[in-house]
Ligand binder design. Structure first.
Ligand code: BGC
Length: 265
């Protein structure tokens, strides 16, 4: 699988799954835009790793992957539009958009504040909607096909008590994907969801530090371990490539079997 010559923006890629995706794409030869909101040091670390990959690639005489970092808050439509415009300006075009940035807030439904609801929905759904729109406008203007990959969650289908706003955002993402697969198909634009289960990343810090909760979660995962960012990244690499040209409107779960593991206790 080669992504040489492709330009790919991964939102929220200063850490966690996003960082893993950037590194996988760079290994396949893509030029990558690394987006961050509040962790410039994470973005710099990601960039340094991309440069190391690009350097090695160069020595083996293939066009090395390049990286570029851009700060933008996905919760602001203005910043989202700026992010897409700057990505295109830097590399001359965009071929693939990976909508990865996401946040979650823990609270029982009856305590969810308007501010927390807005924060989650703005980043996880509104930002994705308008990033995708700006990307599609660019593809239409340049008369080119393209690929959109959304990092959703098992919780686009599976209830997650105390995270209702998060589930609403991921359920919305599922319908965004289905709708746009139909609406954008004639333009040669594909869109798919990658839906991780429990992956070892900063979004799960609280859980990772609670042995009881972690043990209970591991009991629900048939493969018996948490996922790693690279488990998700390898699928995103495939979906970004021409090997996936005929795939659109689908969700792919990367969850060690968590979603379908109902057990009578
Ligand atoms: C959430 C994690 C959770 C996992 C499995 C993810 O979408 O971000 O907090 O552990 O789903 O439930």
């Amino acid at each position: 699988m080669s992504l040489e010559g492709k330009v790919i923006l991964v939102t929220g890629s200063s850490q966690g799954i996003g960082q893993g995706i950037v590194l996988r794409l760079a290994q396949a030869g893509a030029n990558v835009v690394i987006n961050y909101r509040s962790h410039p040091e994470g973005a710099e670390e990601t960039l340094a790793k991309v440069q190391a990959i690009g350097g090695k690639c160069h020595m083996a005489q293939c066009p090395g992957a390049q990286g570029h970092t851009i700060k933008a808050d996905l919760g602001s439509v203005q910043e989202v539009r700026q992010l897409i415009a700057e990505s295109i300006e830097h590399f001359g075009k965009l071929d693939v958009l990976v909508n990865n940035a996401g946040i979650e807030k823990h609270a029982p439904f009856w305590d969810v504040t308007e501010a927390d609801y807005d924060a989650v929905l703005n980043v996880n759904l509104k930002g994705v909607f308008f990033a995708t729109q700006a990307f599609v406008q660019h593809l239409i203007e340049t008369k080119r096909p393209g690929k959109i990959i959304n990092i959703s969650s098992v919780h686009e289908d599976l209830p997650f008590p105390n995270f209702t706003a998060y589930c609403v955002s991921k359920g919305g993402m599922k319908m965004l994907t289905r709708n746009l697969a139909v609406e954008l198909g004639s333009l040669g634009i594909t869109i798919n969801n990658v839906a991780p289960g429990a992956i070892e990343t900063p979004i799960n810090t609280q859980l990772l530090n609670d042995p009881q909760k972690l043990g209970a979660l591991l009991n629900n995962i048939p493969l018996g371990r948490l996922g790693q960012p690279q488990d998700v990244a390898s699928l995103v690499g495939f979906l970004s490539s021409s090997d996936a040209d005929y795939i659109t409107g689908s969700t792919f779960f990367v969850d060690g079997g968590l979603l379908w593991n109902y057990q009578e206790q």
